[in-house]
Design a protein. Structure first.
Ligand code: NDP
Length: 337
């Protein structure tokens, strides 16, 4: 049984030495328990927060403890009346091969799910986040212009596609020409701007000639700087994530722009609201699942998975996720099905 534990708390960007791969015995189950064998492990930006002991909405991972994470597992052994061997479940068993569960918090995925790993992406937490943030906070109206960054990622790709379904003009922001092309040609965005381009802010302004009605915030930093002057009166900002800041050790240099931000929010009556998906919307998962499965079945949603083989590669794959090295929803295949 392999497990990856948190060896040290990163200062700035995480490095390989912050993680440690350990070998332990496969745990044994007692009455009322199941032994889960992980097949897929989700890698998500929030894990950077769990590596840090700064105050947040969730407790940090303790040093020496297994890294947390959503997993799709198969039941290997069962002493639980509701579960049978071979059945698939969505679990939160973290960066390890085996885990014991008493069934609490497991979501059944059936004996033969068509795409078991979708439960970590399009049909799971990231898809749900895109859906609730855009629809409940962004409140898209036909003809609105939506801007979303990390546009080809797990959340952003869904935000833009749902925006198109709702009749909006969607402008993505992504890192590099290949991702931008994919956003336009495959995801169907109206435009997508490379945030690494020198004239990024001008290009974004050109792509948003009618201004921005919804900015779905995933990244912060210079993308937000470019968005701020383009926001329309009455714009909405679902504040979902700030990935460009997750490795920061201090506030950015430069003039204090707080009064400019506050002034813009005031004069343009802009609504900006943060949210934490399961804390705020757990009771609305079924609504999301019904819509998303229908859109998938109708071919209205494209989903790109960035599958990395091997639990041992999770640390590097996670470090890369924070640097934009993923192309689509990053998932580790920990074991074969
Ligand atoms: P992604 O699959 O989008 O992967 C992260 C992407 O972020 C990278 O591929 C990269 O894309 C982009 N990125 C990284 N650094 C920068 C930077 N400095 N400037 C601009 N872009 C950058 O991740 P997710 O879809 O899983 O998550 C997206 C956001 O949503 C994160 O901020 C995450 O924390 C947040 N989130 C919030 C939730 C909530 O409940 N509030 C729940 C789930 C996610 P590129 O190469 O295109 O720049």
């Amino acid at each position: 049984n392999r497990k990856i534990v948190l060896a040290s708390r990163p200062v700035g960007a995480p490095v390989a030495e912050d993680f440690c791969l350990q070998q332990t015995a496969v745990p044994t189950i007692t009455e009322g328990e199941v032994l889960l064998r992980s097949v897929y492990l989700s890698l998500d930006p929030y894990m950077r927060g769990r590596m840090s002991d700064a105050k947040s909405y969730a407790e940090p991972v303790a040093l020496g403890e297994v890294m947390v994470g959503g997993t799709v597992c198969q039941v290997e052994q069962s002493n639980h009346a509701d579960y049978q061997k071979g059945e698939w479940v969505l679990s939160y068993s973290g960066w390890q091969d085996y885990a014991i569960s008493n069934g609490e918090g497991l979501l059944k995925l059936g004996m033969h799910p068509t795409h078991p790993s979708y439960a970590l992406g399009v049909m799971g937490m990231p898809g749900f986040t895109a859906y609730m943030g855009l629809l409940d906070i962004g409140k898209p109206q036909q003809g609105d212009t939506i801007v979303v960054a990390a546009a080809t990622g797990a959340v952003g790709s869904m935000v833009g596609q749902i925006g198109k379904i709702k009749g909006c003009r969607v402008v993505g922001v992504a890192g590099g020409e290949q991702k931008c092309r994919y956003a336009k040609e495959v995801l169907g965005f109206d435009d997508c701007i490379d945030h690494k381009a020198e004239d990024f802010a001008e290009k974004l302004a050109k792509a948003c000639e009618q201004g921005i009605d919804i900015y779905y915030e995933n990244v912060g930093g210079k993308v937000f700087d470019a968005v701020l002057p383009l926001l329309n009166t009455g714009a909405r900002i679902p504040l979902c994530g700030l990935i460009s800041q997750y490795n920061a050790t201090e506030l950015p240099q430069g003039p204090d722009r707080m009064s400019m931000l506050m002034g813009t929010l005031l004069v343009k009556r802009i609504k900006m609201q943060g949210f934490i998906i399961f804390d705020d919307y757990a009771d609305r998962y079924d609504e999301f699942a019904a819509d998303m499965s229908q859109w998938l079945a109708e071919g209205k949603i494209h989903y790109r998975e960035d599958l990395v083989q091997g639990l041992e590669n999770a640390p590097q794959a996670f470090i890369g996720l924070l640097e934009g090295k993923n192309f689509g929803k990053r998932v580790i295949q920990t074991n074969s099905a």
